[in-house]
Ligand binder design. Structure first.
Ligand code: SF4
Length: 243
């Protein structure tokens, strides 16, 4: 048991376990792209970032209740319920994705939470954009908590930052606790303001554009060809010099 716990802990520190790689069937180029995104998140201050299969993202109907009864942002943001997708819709949508980058920002106390929420939302949107440009045309980010990119939100008028405003995981019916634990992050209930909190986000990714895959294959082929031309040239020179 202790051994299994130890192995589990070691694997949690890695962004892509062999099992994850097998499930997602990533090429080495794709693996590199996702690892680059992960590095970017950690450099931007994320305390945890892991690439997980989309099947590990858990949705539950009860999550909507927490938004509807108990959150004062209900109905006040473009990105919050009732405008965000129902848990059952998210569950269906998740089937179109193969993986997700799960990110956690740690706010040591409640005074930093607002600033960090804005920062994490921007980072997740930029990761979504980067994946999109790399050929993951369905990439989609989900942040944490109600959108706070503007001082006030007017759901009856168009969103002022549609390129960055994304719904939170919970607004889409994702069970954040279960998903975080499935990703290997021990998310627990926060009981006091002094305990600080963890802001979680996701960037879902699915199929990669076949043209991007083809371009990647071509560039690999041309690198190999130029390497073999250089090697044969060097061998010829060496043979000539030996004579
Ligand atoms: S970016 Fe502004 S307008 Fe758009 S959802 Fe967020 S707060 Fe509302």
């Amino acid at each position: 048991m202790l051994f299994l716990q130890l192995v589990g802990r070691l694997l949690n520190g890695r962004c892509l376990t062999p099992a994850t790689l097998r499930i997602m069937k990533l090429s080495s180029y794709e693996e590199k792209t996702l690892k680059r995104c992960r590095q970017e998140a950690l450099k931007a201050g994320a305390s945890f970032c892991k690439i997980i299969p989309a099947s590990k993202v858990v949705t539950s109907d009860w999550v909507r209740l927490k938004c509807q009864f108990g959150c004062d942002a209900f109905g006040t943001r473009h990105t919050c319920p009732p405008f965000s997708p129902l848990p059952s819709t998210t569950e269906r949508i998740l089937k179109d994705f193969s993986g997700a980058i799960f990110v956690v920002f740690r706010a040591p106390d409640s005074s930093l939470q607002r600033r960090l929420r804005k920062k994490s939302r921007r980072l997740l949107a930029s990761m979504e954009r980067e994946l999109f440009l790399d050929g993951y045309y369905s990439a989609f980010a989900m942040g944490s908590g109600p959108c706070n990119l503007c001082p006030a939100c007017e759901p009856d008028s168009p969103c002022l930052h549609p390129e960055e405003a994304r719904p939170s995981m919970e607004a889409c019916g994702v069970d954040v606790y279960a998903t975080a634990r499935a990703a290997g992050f021990p998310l627990n209930v926060v009981r006091t303001h002094d305990e600080g909190c963890s802001l979680c986000g996701l960037v879902l990714f699915g199929q990669r554009d076949s043209r991007s895959r083809e371009a990647e294959r071509k560039s690999l082929r041309s690198v190999r060809t130029s390497r073999s031309v250089r090697t044969s040239g060097r061998k010829k020179r060496e043979t000539r010099n030996a004579k």
